[in-house]
Design a protein around this ligand. Structure first.
Ligand SMILES: [Cu+2]
Length: 248
């Protein structure tokens, strides 16, 4: 149901998010229909007619208790139903993985850093891409998310993944994509004048394609993928750098 208007899900935990989304959508949809139907019915039933006088009512305590308790119960039940998905995606430690990326958001780009041939971050051979991420399919990817200036939001609709990047914090998130393709990575937080242009692309490759891409782009000899001026800006990932431009 309703799948035609959500973007295709290509994430291992997407089904759980979609199920909750549809459940909440159905509850709010039915509630909206009931409210509008009651409103229309009352408009007709209590319309002005000759000889009819308005009557004062003190209200109905039972009714008020019912319409307070029922929505409260629905909210509590929804909370409990959300706990498994929420804790799996956000609260528990991510599933173990040796594939770690550092993503530093800044006005108005995503800087995606690979550890380079030595497998360590913060060394000279780190490779930083601008607005571009390449990952293999069916692999848990850890994303260490930071921001260099203001709050941004890392959002991949097809992965059902959304996480704020907050200055001064490093937030670890994860995803596992189930289908190769090119997926949009827009910033979902109004982060400044160029916000609408802040978007990147995530390329999910088959393992063979990824190995080929990595051999061409992540080895010591590979040229930086981003154009030089932007790559210069992109390299240092100091969270506190101000004004949207990193300094060495
Ligand atoms: Cu942003």
């Amino acid at each position: 149901m309703l799948d035609w208007w959500l973007p295709e899900n290509v994430s291992t935990y997407g089904r759980e998010i979609d199920w909750l989304f549809h459940l909440i959508y159905a509850i709010t949809g039915v509630t909206a229909i009931l409210v509008f139907a009651a409103m229309l019915a009352f408009l007709v039933m209590y319309r002005d007619r000759p000889g009819r006088r308005a009557r004062y009512t003190h209200g109905n305590t039972t009714l008020e208790i019912v319409w307070t308790v029922v929505p409260a119960l629905i909210l509590v039940i929804l909370t409990f139903l959300s706990v498994p998905a929420w804790s799996k995606i956000k609260m528990q430690a991510p599933p173990p993985s040796d594939f770690v990326l550092h993503v530093t958001a800044k006005q108005f780009n995503w800087q995606v850093t690979y550890p380079g041939p030595d497998g360590k971050f913060g060394t000279d051979d780190d490779k930083t891409m601008l607005d571009e991420m390449h990952v293999p399919v069916n692999k848990v990817i850890h994303v260490h998310l930071r921001s260099q200036d203001v709050i941004h939001s890392f959002f991949v609709p097809q992965f059902r993944m959304k996480q704020d990047a907050v200055p001064g914090r490093e937030i670890v998130q994860w995803f596992e994509a189930t289908k190769p393709g090119k997926y949009e990575l827009p910033c979902a937080e109004l982060c400044g004048f160029g916000h609408s242009g802040m978007r990147g692309w995530i390329y999910v490759h088959t393992p063979e394609e990824y190995a080929k891409w990595a051999a061409e782009n992540l080895t010591a000899q590979a040229a930086p993928a981003a154009e030089p001026t932007k790559a210069e800006e992109a390299k240092p990932a100091t969270p506190a750098a101000k004004g949207g431009k990193a300094k060495r």
